[in-house]
Design a protein around this ligand. Sequence first.
Ligand SMILES: [Zn+2]
Ligand SMILES: [Zn+2]
Length: 73
Amino acid sequence: MDINCPACHNPLNVINGTAHCATCDKAIPIEARCPECHKPLEMLKACGAVDYFCQNGHGLISKKRVEFVPLSA
Ligand SMILES: [Zn+2]
Ligand SMILES: [Zn+2]
């Protein structure tokens, strides 16, 4: 998945649903969206892992398929 910092446009590291820009040295708020319907996904946290669930009938979405969108502050 490719997601870029809205400030400096460098690639972000996304770890457990949180994006961090190494260049700006700050956390970037992101939203996880379904690759099928592009609606926000529900984030399910369990045992240190994060799963993404689409409430519009697409079920659990693999982290590799989740679309991450930076939220404009
Ligand atoms: Zn940045
Ligand atoms: Zn969906």
